[in-house]
Design a protein around this ligand. Structure first.
Ligand code: ROI
Length: 160
């Protein structure tokens, strides 16, 4: 079994509902066991500021799915909830599921990079992650608690 952490983000079309639906969908993944989901948080957009605030959360599962099989599933869930891939870089999105960590795997491939490249500096990832895994260390030995301590909340607030 591999402990996996998945970041959830949405800022279009009832984002609270989208995040809750995403968590429900993760509970149904094959060959996997749902472990935990964080609270839902609201966060200021990273990237262009002329877009709505985001709803963010982090969930963890234990899975026997291979990394790219898991990615197939998370991308399927994104599409099920109406994700449209837009041209604009860092523009608004109906649902984003990012595989943050896959056990201690360090992988840099065309389709998937774990640990997720931005996770060490994004408050909307680090705070929810620390909520469900306060003692977690990244594959390089960095403690999530240390990263949280070094990262401003930037308005991040629990909403549900
Ligand atoms: N900003 C916030 N606050 N939350 C996100 O989930 C998020 N996702 C993104 C970009 C566009 C980088 N900005 C975000 O993909």
């Amino acid at each position: 079994m591999n402990r996996v952490y998945i970041a959830i983000g949405s800022n279009l079309g009832d984002p609270i509902r989208k995040a809750q639906d995403a968590i429900a969908a993760l509970k149904l993944l094959p060959n996997s066991r749902f472990v935990a989901a964080s609270s839902l948080y609201t966060s200021k957009p990273m990237g262009p500021s002329d877009q709505p605030d985001y709803v963010n959360a982090v969930a963890s599962i234990d899975t026997e799915l291979e990394p790219l099989d898991l990615l197939d599933h998370t991308q399927r869930i994104e599409l099920e909830f109406g994700r449209e891939r837009k041209k604009e870089r860092w523009g608004p999105r109906t649902l984003d599921l990012d595989i943050l960590l896959y056990g201690d795997l360090q992988l840099d491939s065309e389709r998937l990079t774990v640990p997720h490249y931005g996770m060490k500096v994004r408050e909307f990832v680090l705070y929810p992650l620390a909520e469900i895994a306060p003692d977690l260390q990244l594959p390089d030995g960095t403690a999530v608690a240390e990263l949280v301590a070094a990262t401003d909340r930037n308005g991040l607030t629990i909403i549900a």
